[in-house]
Design a binder for this molecule. Structure first.
Ligand code: ADP
Length: 485
């Protein structure tokens, strides 16, 4: 696969600064591995503060040009980028599977999803409207202008190597901002391929830069620079808090998409088939490695046994293996640390009385493959119901009343996605309102789309991505008062 990608010109292994492909200043590199085989796919530059500062300067210079283009001109180039992403869907999908491990079908789905943000924000670029406010004094006219924030630092994780980038870069470029992207060092190749296509689409040199290497050094350079006006981050809550603290020094704007602890509540009045299908999709997508993955399956006592049985059967049918193999729906976990975390959580749950219905150990395929696992009788004092699992383990918990379910669901510092399964319209409305979450899926386990706002409350983050609201994150409001009229 790697050689096929190389001949397509999309296997880029250098950083992108000011429109030029460059190595690290001191020529050091880091390896990118295929999580399914452990093989080294490529080496990319190990960059730090120096290269990041160069990228910031390039973005700062490019801002003057890019932000002054008409919205239509920016829109057309973004649309061209979207067309190129779709034209290269196969190669991008393969790259995602290669460096991240998800099944090829899911990877191709991510290309569509990732590209959709570029298409959507290409259109939104043309709809950045201001306001005219009725004045309080007759000789005045009051206006509100919307202007791009400036240079943006975007730091992204490995679980969606393309979509987490386009969801930030799309609205940033559409609004006239320029960007320094730092993809995860585990999955930089997809980001670099997407950047190559951006150049081909006419995104000018410096408008989109990509650096990678020493994460805390790159983060530090982005935080301390007064030229960088905003940080947008998707990743762990711990790093998000560090960035929030670091951004205080220069009072930067922040968007944070942090960890979740999604409840998936199945009520007695749910359609069993719909609930099993939805919970399965919400839990096992990307082998459980998304921040909106169902982390706790909370099931009402009347349907508990039937649900646990049907759900376990469905989980048992899932094929585990290399993401390139036909029929595989569960790939490897991203690395050894991820497997060890899952092992720790499962061990803790079983030691405190949870019952193993399925799986519970490393897969016979070795490497970082883990068996799809179902635990029953999980209680709130177990670590697995408090921490983000980020793996293919479904902990099932029991509840009696609706109030109890809501209390259990909200008993966490996280507040990103929640799912409920019920056939009562009234209950779905009532519970959706009561959940302290940024997104709620009712009778549906996969709800992310470019046209709807994505983001969390409590410690799951700040701001929203996607949708018309996603543009606001990259725009400043300016009030202009015309006097002596
Ligand atoms: P995950 O658990 O998803 O890997 P992380 O928060 O560790 O979440 O990583 C998300 C992104 O944040 C990655 O690009 C990573 O390199 C980056 N990162 C990690 N530590 C820092 C830091 N101190 N400053 C800036 N970025 C960081």
């Amino acid at each position: 696969v790697a050689s096929q990608l190389r001949s397509s010109g999309l296997l880029r292994t250098q950083g992108l600064i000011g429109g030029k492909w460059v190595n690290a200043f001191d020529s050091t590199t880091i390896q990118v591995n295929d999580p399914a085989s452990g093989e080294i796919i490529a080496e990319v530059p190990c960059m730090g503060a120096k290269e990041t500062n160069q990228a910031i300067s390039s973005a700062y210079d490019a801002f003057h040009y890019w932000s002054k283009l008409t919205a239509m001109e920016r829109s057309q180039r973004l649309r061209r980028w979207y067309d190129l992403l779709i034209a290269h869907k196969e190669e991008l999908g393969q790259l995602i599977t290669l460096e991240q491990g998800k099944p090829l079908k899911e990877a191709l789905g991510e290309v569509n999803y990732g590209a959709s943000f570029i298409e959507f924000f290409a259109e939104e670029a043309k709809r950045v409207y201001g306001d005219i406010i009725p004045p309080t004094l007759g000789d005045r006219r009051l206006l509100v202008l919307k202007q791009p924030v400036g240079v943006v630092g975007a730091i992204t994780p490995w679980n969606f190597p393309l979509a987490m980038i386009t969801r930030k870069v799309g609205p940033a470029l559409a609004s006239g901002c320029t960007v320094v992207v730092k993809p995860s060092e585990l999955t930089p190749l997809t980001a670099l391929a997407a950047a190559e296509l951006a150049l081909q689409a006419g995104i000018p040199p410096g408008a989109l830069n990509v650096v990678m290497g020493n994460a805390s050094e790159i983060g530090g350079a982005l935080l301390t620079s007064t030229k960088v006006r905003k940080i947008t981050f998707t990743g762990s809550t711990a790093v998000g808090k560090k960035l929030m603290a670091g951004a205080a020094e220069t009072v930067k704007r922040l968007s944070l998409e942090l960890g979740g602890n999604a409840p998936c509540i199945v009520f007695d009045d749910a359609d069993l088939e719909v609930a099993v299908k939805g919970a399965l999709a919400a839990k096992f997508r990307n082998s459980g490695q998304t921040c909106v993955c169902a982390n706790r399956v909370i099931v009402q006592e009347g349907i508990y046994d039937k649900f646990a049985d049907a759900f376990s059967k469905a989980v048992q049918n899932m094929q585990v293996g290399n993401g390139f193999s036909e029929g595989v729906v569960q790939g490897p976990l991203i690395n050894e640390a991820a497997v060890q975390k899952v092992e720790k959580l499962v061990k803790d749950a079983i030691s405190k009385g949870a019952k193993l219905l399925l799986g519970g150990k490393r897969h016979s395929l070795g490497m970082t493959f883990y068996e799809p696992t179902v635990l029953s009788g999980v209680k709130s004092e177990m670590l697995i119901s408090r921490e983000e699992v980020f793996g293919p383990v479904a902990p099932i918990m029991r509840f009696k009343t609706e109030e109890e379910a809501i209390q259990m669901a909200n008993d966490t510092n996280a507040g990103l996605a929640a799912y409920i399964f019920t056939n009562s319209v009234q209950r779905s409305w009532r519970v959706s309102e009561a959940l302290e979450y940024g997104l709620v899926g009712v009778n549906e386990g996969i709800i992310s789309t470019e046209v709807a706002p994505f983001g969390g409350v409590k410690q799951s983050g700040l701001g929203r991505e996607g949708s018309k609201y996603g543009m606001d994150e990259y725009l400043e409001m300016k009030y202009v008062c015309l006097g002596d009229m």
